[in-house]
Write a protein that binds this ligand. Sequence first.
Ligand code: CU
Ligand code: CU
Length: 313
Amino acid sequence: MNRTQTITGAFMALSAVALLGAATADAKTVKVDLTAKEVPTVIDNKGTTQMSWTFDGDVPGPVVRVTLGDTVDFTLHNDKANKNSHSIDFHAARVNVLDQFAPIKPGETKHFTFETTKPGVFYYHCGAPNMAQHIARGMFGVIIVDPKKFSKEYPKPDREYVLIQSELYPNVDDVDQIMAGKWSNVVFNGTVLKYDPVHDPNATKTLVAKPGELVRVYFVNAGPNEFSAFHSIAGIWERAYPSGNPENVLYGMQTMTVGPGDAATFDLISPVPGGNAIVTHSLKAALTGAIAVIVFSDDADPAMGRGDNILIR
Ligand code: CU
Ligand code: CU
């Protein structure tokens, strides 16, 4: 063996060790704590509140984000000031509905772990009875399970946003009204026209990006009852991924149905400055509140659609 072969051999052995190390070291355990809180939350741009049931005091709840293969070490706390039992249902988990997803009483906690086995965008919500009421009152959020790497079919985005569709009901105490689907508004991220200053002069926020940037929208339809016909007015979804799984790639979609309890990921690129209006194209729903404007301009705030700003509060 000459000197070059020796060095090459040693290098290959070293690389193999490094790769093995990476393979075992890159799956993490991620600790997630959520607290059920029964508190008022704002439902429109004027500041009107309703008595909501929430995870951590906000509607939607916090974005939970992990990487495929990670183990989620989860604890649900039911605040002792609450009046109702609550639970968690992670669509990204494969567990026992009668055990991990069972309701707990005020003052109690529930702890369990699960390994993430599919990449994508998954709904989480409270499943305590009446489940429709617990969701209508605001107990929902998203868990994003990122794939281990990007690919040609699932490229790295420049900006990311979370939009969660849900319904508001005139009387959240009225379970019959919720079961009959008699909502007053369909909204994104808990608030009527939250990102639509075109239709609501009180709206102060929009999504933003630069022309040509790849914008990835993680979309959840929390329901509890209405389907979504997810569309970007004046845009075409570059790619859409049912359940957010990079293997489910669809190209050039105009409108995609996302049923209650489902989620999908959408890629959007605007070749021109200006705006798109992201809606459910079921217009009886959109025109009551489910419109989000995205503004494309070269001076788009570089902090938006990144880090903690993927869910705009
Ligand atoms: Cu609940
Ligand atoms: Cu569910």
